[in-house]
Design a protein around this ligand. Sequence first.
Ligand SMILES: Cc1cc2nc3c(=O)[nH]c(=O)nc-3n(C[C@H](O)[C@H](O)[C@H](O)COP(=O)(O)OP(=O)(O)OC[C@H]3O[C@@H](n4cnc5c(N)ncnc54)[C@H](O)[C@@H]3O)c2cc1C
Ligand code: SF4
Ligand code: SF4
Length: 481
Amino acid sequence: MSDIFFHPLFKDMMNDVVEAGSCCQCGICVLVCPHNVIEYVDGYPKQTAKKTAAFDFCGISEGIGCDVCASACPRLWPREIHLRDAHFGDQRPWEGIFGVYRHVFVARTRREDIMERAQDGGIVTALLSWALESGRIDGAAVSAVGEDDPPCFPSPKLATTESETRGSAGSWYTYCPNNLALWEAEEKDLGKVAFVGVPCQITPLRKMELIDPSFLLSHKKRPQHIEKQRGFLRGYQDRVALQIGLFCTEVFRPELMTEKIEKEMGIPLTEVTKFNVKGDVLIYKKDGEMETLPLQEAMENYQRPECSHCGDFSAELADISCGGAGTRGWTIVVLRTRKAEEIWREFEGSGQIETMPIRENKRAWNILQILARRQRRRVPEGGRRSGTAPGLLQYQPWKEASCAAAGMADSPKTPAELEECLAAAYQEEDRPEQVAGYMAGNPIPGDPGDPPPGEKRKLPPPPAPEQGGAPPGWTPDRTPE
Ligand SMILES: Cc1cc2nc3c(=O)[nH]c(=O)nc-3n(C[C@H](O)[C@H](O)[C@H](O)COP(=O)(O)OP(=O)(O)OC[C@H]3O[C@@H](n4cnc5c(N)ncnc54)[C@H](O)[C@@H]3O)c2cc1C
Ligand code: SF4
Ligand code: SF4
């Protein structure tokens, strides 16, 4: 299987992702390009450095080598399930169909000024506001419809004040490339940014953190080249202090707004205050009325086709994942990392929120299982580069490093020059040595498998509080009325 330890190239990305129709429009490739070769044009990366060259030609990639863009692209191997070992290591107390977790429960804010705008329990906004006010973060990358945006079409924003975070509450169902807000974080030199995004925006950030930088080594590069490219591979992600992922099955094409809702249903978009999806698409208006559109119709006619290439419903690589499936007025919260657990303890200690064990919201638990499984299974089988071929291995940074070392073995560089290049690639970072032994293609952890024909699928029962089914430190007398 050693042939799968290849590194994807710019050409792979342009052909196997953009041309193949799986590009999710996250824009991360454009953000991390160290040499200004691509731009974000109509939602997709476009090679603009050399107008006469082919769409899949990058002179740097084919010259000294680079491919930072393809390393971060969420639609190329390694994908979410291949990064579990590299990300969680042995820090995975519980593991279910929806990924690794430390705690899963439901929660809502006690703050009315947030609740009135929020999508579900207002937890995402309440957490951002608390973290900003208490100095734990200095900004948050979010989506919001600003004064310069067309109504109902959000754009990426960097919220640096409490009122800006409150202004970003609520979900918009057209795609918004939040990753691009990190440009402003760099410009303002913010070092503790919270990032909010759908799963295909969380995965690239994790790739920027986990991908072994030894792929940057090449016979043709000087240490300065490597240092610059490494800066783009890691730099934006280094500013991210907390990743908050949103559950997501799909986004809709813009025509849902412009053709269906505005033209056909006759609802001016300027009158819409908020959308939600609870069985139907719910359209809330300024006059206090609410109109509905059958979800089936919206999905059949307006779902963005690229979303069918995404198998990650619950943002499996985030620190905290939040969703509203099966709840009304509460947010399902999944704490996945130790960092998330620590922050949550302090946040909860502020007294601003109410929580409830997941056992008391069995409907939410069941829908989470069903949607996570359905999404994992919908991804079409593809090539190895796309990461969707069966039997691909977990991403193992140590293996990538040893492949890079083997590739440099007959380099004309002296050992001292080689060491200088390695130092530029790794800088202060540890160089990987550990073997991560876990095979992809194994059964999904916690998946009860297919039921015999004619029988109903048996879902696992919700975990008890002591098995991670409640917030950290939960005791029964804290259950809300
Ligand atoms: C496109 C999309 C699809 C979703 N699909 C599902 C689903 O199928 N099932 C489910 O259970 N939950 C889904 N969610 C999550 C759900 O809508 C809520 O965001 C979540 O429950 C958190 O609720 P809250 O009240 O705590 O968030 P709030 O406090 O209201 O905060 C919402 C956050 O969402 C961000 N946001 C808004 N629109 C977008 C966007 N288009 N792209 C990226 N970020 C955005 C805002 O910046 C804000 O920080 C989806 C969210 C989005 C954005
Ligand atoms: S290979 Fe490097 S230089 Fe070329 S588009 Fe990708 S990130 Fe930019
Ligand atoms: S990084 Fe994002 S925008 Fe770029 S090609 Fe991949 S999916 Fe598309």
